[in-house]
Each structure stands twice: as C-alpha cells, then as structure tokens.
Design a protein around this ligand. Sequence first.
Ligand code: IVH
Length: 677
Amino acid sequence: MSEKSTSGPVSEKINALRETLRHHEYLYYVLDAPEVSDAQYDTWMRELRALEEEHPELRTEDSPTQRVGGKPKEGFVKVAHSRPMLSLDNAYDEAELREWDRRVRELAGEETVAYVCELKMDGLSLALTYENARLVRGVTRGDGVIGEDVTSNVRTIRSVPLSISPARMLASGLPANFEVRGEVVLPMAAFQKLNAEREEQGLAPAANPRNAAAGTLRTLEPNIVAQRRLDFYAYFGLSESGYIFPQQSETLDALNAAGFRVNPKRALVQNIDDAWEFIAKADALRESLPYEIDGVVIKVNSRALQDKLGFTGRAPRWAIAYKFAARSAATQVQNITVQVGRTGKLTPVAELTPVPIGGTTVSRATLHNADEITRLDLKIGDWVTVERGGDVIPKVVAVLREKRPADTRDFIFPTHCPECGSIVVREEDEVDFRCINVNCPARLRESLLYFSARKVMNIEGLGEAVVNQLTERGLVRNLADIYQLDEAALLSLDRIGEKTAQSLLQEIARSKQAPLDRVLLGLGIRFVGERTAQFLADAFGSMDRLMQASTEELERVQEIGPRISMSIQEFFQVPANRELIEKLRQAGLNFTAEQKKISSKLSGLTFVLTGTLPTLTREEAKERIEREGGNVSGSVSKKTSYVVAGNEAGSKLDKARKLGVPILNEVELMELLERRR
Ligand code: IVH
C-alpha cells in the first residue's frame, strides 16, 4: 500500500480523535462539567497515541498527546515581553476605592464610569502568545519587562488550549495572532496534596498556593508540572496593534468563547456603588472558593477611556486592586522558640496549636523581637490572634487577655545562642539580639539558604534538606565551598541520587553567571537588599571598585546614607570576608557589571513638593525627580529651585511666593521632566 492511501483515512481518524479529546478536555478542565468518564477519555487518548506512534509523520505539536513534550535543558531562556506586564495600585478600604473612582471620573470628565469587576486570583501572571491560533510561547512576568520562557511547562496546564479550532476562532472574533495574559493558580486541593507529599518526604511545606504555583511553573521537569494540576485563568487579550476589543468585558467574553477559562465570577457594573457591592459579595465567597483570592480587580471597561487615563510609573490609572483584609484566627501559644538568622539575629517564634487560616494550617508565627513580646504582653500558654496576609509569614497580632489561662509562663529571652551557645548581644539603640559567633552553624546554614534563594543566586535544589547535610558533615564551611562540591560529595548525602546530584551541579555552575548585583546580595551585607545591591552594581560596575569605594563615593549612590555605607565598609574590612570574596572570584563568579549612568538632567536642582497633586502621589513625584538627578527637600528656602504645588498647598506655597521661588503645577513638572530628555 502506498503512503498516501493509508494516511488519508488514518489522518482523518487522528483528527477526529484529537477533536474529541480537545472537546472533552474543555468540558472537564475549563467548564468543570465532564460528560464522559475518565476511563473513556483514557481509551481515546491511548488510541490516538498508538496511531501517532505508528505514523510519526502525522504528529503535531498541538495534539493532546503532546502536553508533556521536550523539556528545557539549560534552565529557562529570558524573553522580553511584547509590552510591559504592569502591576496594579492597591486600595485597602472603601474610602481609598472611592477616591480612585473620583480621580478616574475627574480625569475622564464624566459623571459615572462603567467598570469590570474581576476576582484577584492569588497566583502569578503569565503571558501566552498564539500564532495562527496555536500556542507558541508562555512567559512568566519576571520583572515586568523580561520574563522566563516556560512554554514546555505551560503546555501541561490542561486549561491552556494548545490550539484553537477555526470554529472557536470565528466565534470569539480573535485575530489569528494574539496574546493572552492571565493568572496561573494552584487550586487549594492540589496545594494541600502537594504539601502532604512534601511532609512525607521530610521537606518543608510550601508557604502558600502562590509560592507553590510559582515554584511549580519553574520546575525543569514538565511531567512533574503536569502532575501538579496548575490552572490558568485569562484576564487580558492583546494583539499587535494593542487591544483587540473596545471593551474589557468583550475581551473576557471573547477569550471565553475561544476556550480559555475566564473566571465566571465577574461583573460589568455602571458605577462604583455596584463595584463595592461586588466586592462585598466576593469577600463573603472567599472561603468557599476552590482557589485563593486576595481581592478584587476593578478595571475601567472602555478601552478608549483606558487610553485617556494612561499610566503612572508602574501601574495603570484605569485599574485598581481592592485588597481584602488579612485573615486571622485565634489559637494558643504552646511555646516560644528562638531562631537564628543569617546575620546572627535572634527571632522569637510562637509555636502554636495548629489552626487553619484561609486554607493553610498555621503552626508557627513570628514574634519579630523581644520588644514585641513585651508590647504584646505575651506569655507562654496565652490565647492569641494570628494573622496571615498574602505572602507574609503569619504573625501574632494580639493577646486575648480575657482568655488567659492560670498557668501561663513568662518567656525569658536567652542569653546564649540556642544553636552554638555563644553569648548574645544587643547593640545600643537596636531592638535585636544577635549571636556574634561568625562561625555559628545556624548562621552558615541560613546564609547558604539565602545565597541559593531564587531572588539571589537562584540555585534550585540547594534547599534546607541538602544545606543541613552539607553543613553538618562539614562539606561546606563557607559560601564559596559550594563551588568546590563534586558528584562524589553530593552522592554521599542522604536521598541524593545521580540524577539529582547532576542537576544540582549544573545549577551551581549556572549560578556563576548571575549578575554582580545578585552576587552582592548573596554576600549578605547588612542593610544591602535587592534595590541597594542593584544601585551599587550600577554605580561601581565591579566588585573591586566597590571594595575600594570611599564613604563619600558610597554615599553619592542613590538611597545610600551613612548607616549603609558604614556597613558596607565594615564588611569588606573583615579578613574572612575578603578571603571569601577571593574564593568566589576564583570560582568564576561575575564580578563586573555594566555601569549605568544615572541621569543628570535635573542635577543641582532642589524641589519641594506641597499639597495634593492631581494624579501623581508624593512618592511618585519624588521618585521621578530623583530619577532625573534632582533633589527633593522638605522645606522651602532661598536655595529651593522649584516648588511643585497641588491642591490645598499651605504655608510652603506662601513661603515660596515670598521668596520668589518659581512654582510649578503637576503638568509643568511633567513638562520639565520630559522636555530636558
Ligand atoms: S490585571 C495592568 N486582573 O494581580 C493590569 N491582574 O497586583 C495588570 N491578578 O500582576 C493585571 N487577578 O498577577 C489583573 N483579574 C485580574 C487579576 C490580576 C490576579 C494579579 C496579576 C497582577 C497582580 C497585580
């Protein structure tokens, strides 16, 4: 038989099976309304697989058999977004929400504005690119400008269509090439299952479904991702020329018609009163939903109006996230223990009778420091209110005095490190006690965990279980020792097989390419966080230049004052630290960066802000001025270059007039910022 005569009917059969499977996937994963049994579905799938195996020439990327395909070998590739993925400004109460609405209406010049209300799913945002109605790419938000290509993992998410049928394309009105943005979430049930498994394996549980979803999406094994049952909810559609439809409500309907999961709990409302009602309903629903939400997103429905309103620095003016209050519960403090951090800081932790708060079980809560225990008047055995926000560690917010049992005990802060027994000290005007032993095993452990964290050197697989063993067995005595590890050393650890060892070594090798700011962050210099590390790398361009920097040079860098500059200099003076840096250099870490020039457009000019500006907040205005090299000061003098005045400006404006200091409104300020560009 010739090729052609067989492939005709076979390819028809294959196509029919694919259509059937896609249809039932849609019913099952998007509509939650299956019409056939799992067994029937599996039978069709097996049949299709067998046919495709016999006829590999008929295999296509969008076949339902191809959800788990190739995997990324060298980690994820960075990709620039077609348009930045912005974040949202928040409103925390009704007044803030109404103030936002007032501003929107004022800028729009309309009496009322129609809004779309959507649930704010607590996951991570993802951009999906479709070309010729086929999924070609899935990219995480990353920093909003550049994200990571996680396509092979995204393909495993059943509610993400791999391709969209011509009928659905027609019904939706979407163009052949488009981008969908939405939220990847891990449903509560999948989250609980995952944590139960982790516990069985002796691993620390994931803190919340969002972290678990983010971790899953960045797993290098697509078949693990496939098992985790992530879900995708679409909330945005874009095409090359911008938006596709004149209204957000239409966009959502179109995405729904195309076969995406769009949260059905949404509403088009005509004014803010109705939006407020939607929020109240959503809040009441919150506990009963199968996934976590942390608020409601309210978007201006009209696209034309969205354009007119535009953006502030990082967020659109036409949308706002109304955040629900943190959830809390009452429970009893069984004990108070003390944890040693990477800087030696001792943090008291309340060990609680486990209590469910919004779907996760909380058994520990931070007490921050000794003063906080005094402030709360907390004793061991007390009943307390524990609060859990979106991503923050649970905290004890109040003691329920009326429930105080008779047998409570005072907590006495230890005088010695619970880990190494060294004496602990509290420096003048500091709230924290510290273990001053630089070789304290707890400090080393925590430093390693911090160094390997995603936001720092991002060494996947170097988690608690491995770090504990490495330090206990003396295989790693400082950060640089990580780079000396070999396969034999890793294989000597419990629960590490060849495959894991290999991939960990690869991860370690890959981390050598991390940019200088991450290396600086990883050193764990006190007060040097993400932003400061970035500023330092930008300003000095190399480890060596930074190490030699004078106080003056350091303090010239954005946001760096005497406290930080002193900490940096102290760090580089310690011989052990210098040695560590040499070892890291020899290991081949990135010690140079491209030096960025901070704009000097407004350098030498001093601004004073007063009153309420129509669109910019005080912080935003300050940031913009500083970004262009200008200074912002709190009081008006003869040296002030400009006073920027908004509504209800008071004495500062009077003083400016008296001194003859030029006065700008917001528009004029913006012109100044733009003009000199
Ligand atoms: S719109 C420019 N809609 O919330 C508009 N975001 O705080 C950007 N999110 O990064 C987002 N549900 O990850 C939008 N229905 C929804 C959302 C939503 C959850 C997340 C999203 C975004 C974050 C902003």
